[in-house]
Design a protein around this ligand. Structure first.
Ligand SMILES: Nc1nc2c(ncn2[C@@H]2O[C@H](COP(=O)(O)OP(=O)(O)OP(=O)(O)O)[C@@H](O)[C@H]2O)c(=O)[nH]1
Ligand SMILES: [Mg+2]
Length: 840
């Protein structure tokens, strides 16, 4: 086969710290002939541990790649860091791997972090080979190791060191359909085996020693023979998996081409942020191996490369036909305050460079205190971060005030409403906030019809939802595992300005959170603590004191192992304590378990002393307008003032008294005299909130508008003028206007003309284009007719009545109908006419 026809595959090396990934990549490079010398981690000359910090410490910090060829493949080897503190870096590479080699240290077997990696590989659906390393050292036997892999990882872990017939038989057992063919033919073809591996049903295991170059050749052969083969589309697509800088300071965007090809000097259009687009030229296409690269003209689908010339790319981004990926699962659990002698405002942009390369650092700038906070996974990353800042910017920083990075979530469904209407501004937003399962993160959606709120405004709201970390109301920690759905909103086409929907959206989220039952989530670790058996009692006492949870200890003669979960907040420097009380014989392995309810919520809330109503940057209150001036309405009163109907249906009878506005106070008084006191839904403090009401999302109803015709004619200047000479013409003009309005708003409109004083008038009903027109009969008032109509239509529609007659107002409010004044209808009609002109 010619050099050109070889298949491009990217193979990631994954394992917990010190399992021998970098040593294995040395061996693979050497044995495949890609390198003539064999570097060694311990001699600080490993080909892939290129960074000074890596060489000093003998650990991998950044994922790196190297090129090698086998008989059929052009392999890009991706070495990853194994330390828990750098798991996010490892996770970032998973989305671009065609397959992985999970390295197991035979002296440790399957560790907590191995399981984390295994789960990640499953999540990203990466076909996986296993290399059981350090078989030159005394430890578990091959058969015992295999059994452990089959038990703890998957029964599909098969020893590929056996003879072929045995391998085929075992593989056939992993797939029912294949078993039948196997029983008939007595063999499993290469294609079938490759399919089993690609489908993650079979995981080939090779045993050996990377350091002694034992078993590595076999691994290369298995990869060459069975690595998954992919078909790529001819349409250009690429995934960004990393941003770094070269020693000259050039910004490198690392790509996997997933379709078509990429040429040097070609323009690339991409979206740096939601709703934005930018075109930049690819200046250089680099194929890296270690810290050296070759510049090439073109990279085709399946290939990995680093490009220069792109300024605003980010890890996880999709280019061309490739969609952007979800944020990583593993994330840092601590925050630290960064202090320097330099002005923090000038330090921040520098640190932002490092954040670009490691987005999980999540730098936080606190405008009030002028402090920078950074999110860090653990002590090793902390030290590396400090050294990096020194190396890159010659800047000394101190990291202190360590805090657990808490999150908040909600336990029930609520509607959040935000209204922002200072003079000449207008926006109202209704959101449903619902709890999601652990680990779901934040999900945004809209079920709002574009008839109700224009698509552009909806996109704006969705943008505002995703642009910031919304803070919970217990401690101000970011919220997670919540679905936020836009159900309703209103703009004023004259008064709504850029920024109004941002205000209304932020306030709606917070108003919702204030009503919900909130919970604090904290990071938990999976741990495995192996100790001399006589110390296990002490370990159990310690873990209990940390509020940890564990299974019965496993006893292996002189050593025992305790496995379980423990809050990250409690673990602190427990590894050091273990080393001390076991005189170095004990080992604590940890892996991130994820966020789960906090073990000491009340204490955390008290210690942090967060007051959500005093957090003015994140207020839950709304701004309404009365008599030409804006005024603040506290969050628990917003539902009484809001202009749109609630989107939540409360499944229990309730008198609807919402939609009342400040200037309806007078009416309210009349109503009270007429109908007795109004029972408004009482707000009670969250602590003693009554038993939960059952809430469901109410589908949006069709709009229905009833117009008191003469009322409009006399209130609208132009019609009133015409009516003086020709009432008929005025009626015609009104019907024309309302007809366009009904068409544009997709609203059903009934226009009622009052004819009760006209002698001998029998009344009349007819349709005018899309309108229903009613002339009431002699003796029947327009009000009475409208009242009857309102009760007939009932609550199946989103009903509004346009009039200024007080009797109708009473009736309308009584049944939860929204009243519209002549002026408001006039404005809406004008807007509809303007929009119609724009559209047609
Ligand atoms: N005896 C023996 N030692 C090995 C073998 N493979 C690696 N080592 C040693 O194990 C240590 C760690 O090896 P590395 O290759 O740096 O391990 P790693 O998985 O890359 O570690 P991180 O990158 O820090 O996660 C080094 O001291 C190696 O020399 C092996 O097969 N046998
Ligand atoms: Mg390494």
């Amino acid at each position: 086969m010619s050099q050109l026809q070889k298949l491009p595959v990217s193979v990631g090396l994954l394992a917990h710290v010190d399992a021998g990934k970098t040593t294995l990549s040395e061996a693979l490079l050497y044995l495949s002939g890609a390198r003539r010398t064999l570097g060694r981690v311990d001699h600080r000359d490993a080909f892939l541990d290129t960074n000074t910090l890596e060489r000093q410490r003998g650990i991998t910090i950044f994922s790196k790649q190297a090129l090698l060829s086998t008989e059929h493949l052009d392999v890009t080897l991706v070495d990853t860091p194994g330390h828990v503190d750098f798991s996010a870096e490892t996770e970032r590479t998973l989305s671009i791997l065609d397959c992985a080699v999970l390295v197991i240290n035979s002296t440790d077997g399957v560790q907590a972090h191995t399981v984390t990696l295994w789960n990640l590989l499953a999540r990203y659906q990466v076909p996986t080979f296993l290399f059981i390393n350090k078989m030159d050292l005394p430890g578990m036997e091959r058969a015992a190791l295999l059994e452990q892999l089959q038990k703890q990882l998957s029964p599909g872990c098969l020893d590929f060191g056996q003879d072929m017939a045995q391998i085929e038989e075992n593989a056939a057992m992993c797939d029912e359909a294949l078993l039948e063919t196997y029983l008939q033919t007595g063999t499993v073809t290469q294609g079938n085996m490759r399919g089993l591996i690609a489908g993650r049903k079979v995981f080939p295991c090779c045993f050996g020693s990377a350091l002694k170059l034992d078993g590595v050749e076999e691994l290369l052969n298995v990869l060459d023979y069975y690595a998954p083969q992919k078909d790529y589309s001819s349409v250009f697509g690429a995934k960004v998996y990393k941003i770094t800088r070269d020693p000259q300071g050039n910004r490198l965007t690392w790509l996997k081409i997933t379709g078509g090809s990429l040429n040097v000097r070609s323009p690339l259009t991409y979206s740096p942020r939601e709703g934005e687009s930018i075109t930049e030229k690819i200046l250089q296409l680099r194929l890296y191996s270690g810290d050296k690269f070759t510049a090439v003209e073109q990279v085709s689908a399946g290939g990995l490369c680093a490009v220069t010339g792109l300024s605003t790319t980010f890890a996880g981004q999709g280019l061309g036909s490739e969609p952007s990926s979800d944020p990583p699962v593993l994330e840092p659990v601590m925050t630290y305050r960064i202090t320097t002698t330099a002005d923090p405002a000038t330090v921040l942009p520098k640190l932002r460079q490092l954040e670009e390369e490691d987005p999980q650092l999540h730098l936080l700038w606190d405008n009030h205190t002028r402090q920078i906070h950074v999110q860090i996974m653990g002590r090793v990353q902390l030290e590396i971060f400090r050294s990096l800042v020194k190396e890159r910017f010659n800047l000394d920083i101190t990291l202190d005030d360590p805090r657990i990075f808490y999150k908040e979530t909600i336990e029930n469904t609520v509607e959040g409403v935000g209204h922002f209407e200072p003079l000449r501004h207008y926006a109202e937003v209704h959101l449903i906030l619902e709890p999601l399962p652990r680990g779901s993160g934040l999900v945004f959606d809209t079920v709002c019809s574009t008839d109700v709120l224009d698509g552009n405004f909806q996109r704006l709201i969705m943008g505002h939802l995703s642009e910031k970390a919304h803070r919970g109301v217990l401690t101000g920690a970011p919220i997670t595992d919540v679905k936020i759905t836009l159900t309703n909103g209103r703009a004023h086409l004259k008064h709504t300005e850029g920024g109004d929907f941002r205000q209304a959206t932020y306030r709606a989220v917070r108003q919702g959170l204030m009503q919900a039952k909130s919970t604090i989530l904290e990071p938990w670790y999976d741990f495995a603590l192996t100790l001399p058996t006589e110390l296990i009692g002490r370990a159990i006492t310690d873990i209990r004191a940390m509020s940890g949870d564990f299974d019965a200890p496993e006893n292996n003669g002189p050593l025992s192992t305790l496995r379980g979960i423990v809050p990250a907040a409690e673990l602190k420097d427990y590894a050091d304590q273990v080393a001390a009380y076991s005189q170095g014989k004990g080992r604590l392995h940890i892996a991130l378990h994820g966020y789960a309810p906090c073990h000491n919520q009340a204490q955390v809330v008290e210690e942090l002393g967060y007051d959500p109503e005093a957090d003015l940057d994140n207020t839950p209150d709304s701004v309404f307008c009365a008599h030409g001036a804006g005024f603040t309405v506290k969050w628990h009163q917003v539902s009484e003032y809001m202009h749109l109907e609630s989107s939540l249906k409360v499944e229990k009878p309730q008198i609807i008294t919402r939609n009342l506005r400040a200037d309806d106070k007078e009416l309210e008084a009349i109503m009270e005299r007429e109908f007795g006191p109004i029972r408004r839904k009482q707000y009670t403090e969250p602590a003693n909130r009554p038993a939960e009401e059952k809430l469901t999302i109410r589908p949006l109803k069709q709009q229905y508008l009833i117009v008191d015709g003469y009322n409009m004619i006399f209130a609208w200047d132009n019609l009133a003028e015409t009516a003086k000479n020709d009432l008929d013409a005025a009626r015609r003009m009104l019907l024309d206007d309302l007809s366009s309005y009904a068409g544009f708003r997709k609203s059903r409109v009934v226009v009622v003309f009052d004819g009760y004083k006209r002698k001998g008038n029998p009344g009349e009903k007819f349709t005018f284009h899309n309108l229903q027109v009613v002339y009431t009969a002699e003796g029947e008032t327009g009000d009475a007719y409208i009242e009857a109509l309102v009760s007939e239509i009932g609550t199946n529609y989103n009903l509004r009545v346009a009039t200024s007659d007080s009797l109708v107002q009473l009736a309308s409010i009584r049944s939860g109908v929204l009243r519209m004044s002549a002026r408001e209808l006039r404005e809406e009609v004008e807007i509809a006419k303007k929009e119609m002109r724009k559209h047609y």
